[in-house]
Design a protein around this ligand. Structure first.
Ligand code: NAG
Ligand code: NAG
Ligand code: NAG
Ligand code: NAG
Length: 560
């Protein structure tokens, strides 16, 4: 408590000092062409340089000028070294964000596509030129909560996300002339195609106003298992107003806010022929019965589009047909080379993952791309976002039929705005080698949640770690293992919930914690020790990578 108050005080004093210094500092941070980003020499400007007087130019114009100058150098190959150096104590660096140059330039210019690191970062990876640029075209304080019962709710959802999508595209296309309004696409995304699929006309917006009995899935399933816990009471059965979605969480002051506070995001791609389709249908139904808004990615033209659309008539939903080949990690990293090699180095390759389809690896790693992209558009105007595997529930989950799956306010329960809530599945002990190889499962990848900021921070942390591991020959085919190293490198991204009793409670996150059914979010697990990020790491090439460890990628870059 007191330490955070002190921190805030220090922060305020620090900000006041900075504000009073702004007029003097600006010339120092003027971008200097032909200088590689060298984080150790922060104060390179000296008296012999031409100083632009800030009084005569607005900060915006000045920043635009520095930005354009940076871009010119980037395109001419002079701006940036192919790697960067950060110096900080283990756990104290911010994750590097690899942004993409835009592809909206006229064809004639033939601008190559690059990933680059934001200019002018300090040695800890913070306070660069993009420091005050948001990545999303909305803010919590400005959103009007979704009312799924209004007649034109579907249209509202569509216009909401279309407007936001257009804002992003507009920002990208203007970004050659001015500092972008929103952050450019970030590795492993180089464009907005995932967003484009979400807003595409063939993405069905359904479940509003909610359709009620007797088509609601609620009935069919609760009564299949005659255990007392699973059967709806007579009273419940007779209640032919919607069971779902009515049981949304209670607001801060106990008022019944009667609106969803979270969007659940999931993806389903059928990859194994081992299990009959019927089994997937049965398991997914438990999840699909919930009242929370959902965004579901699935293969276009497959029977799954129809299936999901049918089963979600009762609650706000967007079914997004998007081919597996559109997954960003598949476009960057080919299955025949990169992911095949991953299979060869999979520590579980001969046991658990023996007959795995390597597409599963990349789907696991892609979850945060899908979650983050959905949250960026936030079609349902919620303040929290939850990833959940479609097959999360193998057994009946009665609470999913009766109420919303997400009934807590994570922030109120102590999850800071920059962290994602994760569930600890295994006992923890620190071993540096194991952390570096990532060969350990600590948290579950089947369900995790965050506010927009928490997800955005995890996105940066996760994909930078993914790239660092891939480029150094580590196994990255399991999101749970990449998360292990991510949390040790960028601890602020992770709020690891400790299970109160025993491990391997794979179903407690969505079974108890999020629906507030008796397991409270606790103090985060304290990691015994942390690791520093790699000092030298190539910037990922914007293109196909067959082998991230190759000498072409590591050309002229020292290894740590
Ligand atoms: C000042 O800057 C000029 C050109 O940028 C450079 O040649 C010179 O060495 C610098 N002097 C000092 C004292 O850093
Ligand atoms: C979301 O909030 C924005 C900003 O208040 C509003 O314009 C929009 O209509 C809302 N969308 C929905 C689906 O309620
Ligand atoms: C029926 O549901 C109960 C309670 O959820 C569960 O304990 C039991 O295993 C289920 N039985 C079957 C046959 O699925
Ligand atoms: C969640 O809790 C935080 C902190 O108490 C509060 O500021 C925020 O308004 C709450 N969000 C909602 C949607 O109630």
């Amino acid at each position: 408590m007191s330490s955070s108050t002190t921190r805030i005080q220090i922060l305020i004093i620090f900000m006041l000092v900075i504000i009073s210094l702004v007029p003097f500092l600006l010339p120092l941070y003027q971008y200097e062409p032909n200088n590689n980003i060298n984080l150790k020499n922060k104060n390179r400007a000296n008296g012999s340089q031409k100083i632009i007087k800030p009084a005569k130019q607005s900060t915006n114009a000045l920043n635009d000028k520095k930005w354009k100058s940076f871009l010119n150098d980037l395109y001419s190959g002079a701006a940036q070294s192919s790697h960067t150096t950060r110096v900080c104590e283990p756990g104290a660096c911010a994750p590097l964000r690899y942004f993409a140059t835009n592809n909206y330039v006229e064809q004639s210019q033939q601008t190559p596509l690059y990933y680059y690191i934001e200019p002018n970062l300090d040695a800890t990876g913070r306070n660069g030129m993009f420091a005050s640029i948001p990545s999303r075209p909305w803010h919590e304080s400005s959103i009007t909560p979704l009312d799924p019962y209004t007649e034109n709710a579907n249209d509202l959802v569509r216009t909401t996300m279309e407007r936001r999508y257009n804002d992003l595209v507009q920002s990208d296309s203007n970004s050659n002339n001015a500092l972008p309004k929103f952050l450019p696409p970030q590795f492993p995304q180089w464009d907005r195609s995932i967003h484009e699929h979400i807003v595409a006309p063939d993405a069905a917006i359904i479940g509003m106003p909610p359709e009620c009995c007797p088509t609601s899935v609620v009935h069919q399933h609760l009564t299949k298992n005659f255990s007392k816990d699973n059967v709806l009471s007579d009273e419940e059965l007779k209640d032919c107003t919607c069971r779902s979605p009515r049981n949304y969480p209670i607001g801060n002051d106990g008022e019944n806010i009667n609106r969803p506070t979270a969007t659940l995001v999931t993806a389903f791609y059928e990859m194994s022929s081992k299990h009959p389709k019927k089994m997937y249908e049965k398991t997914s139904l438990q999840l699909l019965s919930t009242a929370d808004p959902m965004i579901i990615f699935c293969e276009p033209k497959s029977t799954w589009v129809k299936f999901f659309t049918e089963k979600r008539q009762h609650a706000p939903t967007i079914v997004v047909p998007m081919s597996v080949s559109n997954l960003r990690l598949l476009q960057h990293f080919p299955q025949e080379t990169f992911w095949k090699k991953q299979f060869e180095i999979d520590p579980e390759g001969t046991t658990h993952h023996k007959s795995i389809n390597t597409k599963l690896y990349l789907l696991w790693d892609e979850k945060i791309v899908l979650l983050q992209s959905a949250a960026m558009l936030n079609p349902f105007n919620t303040t929290q976002f939850v990833w959940v595997d479609t097959g999360y529930w193998r057994n009946p989950a009665p609470h999913m039929y009766r109420q919303s799956a997400m009934r807590i306010n994570m922030t109120k329960e102590g999850v800071t705005d920059e962290s994602m809530l994760l569930y600890q599945m295994q006992p923890y002990n620190f071993d540096r080698e194991v952390v570096i190889s990532g060969d350990q499962v600590l948290v579950g990848g089947n369900c995790f949640s965050g506010t927009y900021n928490g997800i955005a921070n995890m996105y940066s942390a996760f994909y930078e770690t993914f790239w660092a591991m891939a480029a150094t020959g580590k196994f990255v085919g399991s999101d749970q293992k990449v998360l292990y190293r991510t949390c040790h490198t960028y601890p602020s991204a992770c709020h690891i919930h400790k299970p109160p009793k025993g491990y391997r409670k794979w179903l407690n996150m969505l079974g108890l914690v999020l629906p507030d059914l008796g397991e409270k979010v606790g103090e985060p697990l304290k990691l015994t020790s942390l690791i520093e990020p790699l000092k030298h790491l190539p910037i990922p090439p914007n293109g196909v990578v067959d082998d991230a460890t190759s000498t072409t990628i590591w050309k002229d870059i020292p290894k740590d």
